[in-house]
Design a protein around this ligand. Sequence first.
Ligand SMILES: [Zn+2]
Length: 188
Amino acid sequence: MAQEWNIKSRGHVCTVCGKPLVDKSPVVSVLKELPDGYERWDCHPECWKSAPRNWEPFSSWEGVYLAPPPPDAKKEPLKKETADELLRHLIALEDPAMKNVVYVLAVMLERSKILVERDAREQADHTIIRVYEHRRTGESFVVLDPRLRLENLAEVQQQVVALLSGTKTLGEVSAAEERNETKQGSDQ
Ligand SMILES: [Zn+2]
């Protein structure tokens, strides 16, 4: 059985003849099913056609080979997630431990005029469901306002800043938020 999920990057030389693939030229990419996953082939179209083989591809497609960017471009640091990308990412994660982080990030985006608040509904437990709209894209974001106590706000803001600057990972922040939650729960 092959894996269901799998990511493979593209090769830079032809799997059949071993010569480099040519920038902006057609390339045939093939996934060959193996007992424990897939093997990826990237070939000159003529090599793929003429190569003798006794197996059928799991998948094959024709694309255009693009050479990797020159080395100096590669040295640039990875583009950091922007605040609104981070919000999309966090909402998609649906991690309950991150509820304070999600809310504070949304408020920061509202203050910087990226989001605008469109609606707010108080719930029975006095938390508030706030609906924000992205000014540029028109996306709507439904965010729980957990009614953070002021003394907790600064701490959560620091976590958001750490995520945006890349000094902390989502996993680290989630674990820290979970510990805070437990601590606050036992204080009450
Ligand atoms: Zn070739």
